[in-house]
Ligand binder design. Structure first.
Ligand SMILES: [Zn+2]
Length: 170
């Protein structure tokens, strides 16, 4: 089922998610719906609070450079290690048409549960590492606009002003 993606400044985006205690039908359904929504919205990743759930879950397309998406669910993710820094442009489905240059760790180690109730440790870098940091932030109520440097602040301000004046926000 396709879910509506919450747009800033919806209050859900500032809420901290709660850990998934048990992999129930609700969680499986949520993950299914999130993956469907991510693909339809042509997003690269999606966090639960972007679709109105407060579980600590995000989904990500692990093959962004290929034609066939290979989506994976990260449940109760926890970043264990971060190394290096890199600045790249990123976007967010909750901020249509806003792209910001954000400084993130280059390489990360993360622990998360998968849909088979296994706790796995992943090590990754580049685009995937960036997306994982962005999504883990979402689960803590942190948004990419919180990370901008001076040079990008003006862009964010203009964007937020345009939201206020258009009256289109929900
Ligand atoms: Zn986002």
């Amino acid at each position: 089922m396709f879910l509506k993606v919450t747009k800033y400044p919806d209050a859900a985006l500032r809420k901290k998610g709660s850990p998934v205690e048990k992999l129930s039908e609700d969680v499986f359904k949520l993950v299914d719906d999130m993956i469907e929504t991510m693909i339809i919205e042509e997003g690269f990743a999606l966090a639960a609070n972007q679709v109105g759930s407060l579980f600590r879950v995000f989904v990500i397309n692990t093959t962004p450079h290929e034609d066939t998406p290979k989506p994976a669910a990260f449940i109760n993710p926890e970043i264990l290690n971060q190394e290096g820094t890199v600045v790249e442009e990123e976007g967010c489905l909750s901020f249509p048409k806003l792209y910001l240059r954000i400084k993130r760790a280059d390489k990360i180690r993360i622990r998360a549960k998968n849909l088979y109730n296994e706790n796995l440790i992943y090590e990754t870098n580049g685009l995937l590492a960036r997306a994982i940091q962005h999504e883990t932030d979402h689960l803590n109520g942190i948004l990419f606009i919180d990370h901008v440097d001076k040079a990008e602040e003006e862009k964010v301000k203009k964007y937020l002003d345009s939201l206020n004046s258009s009256g289109m926000h929900e």
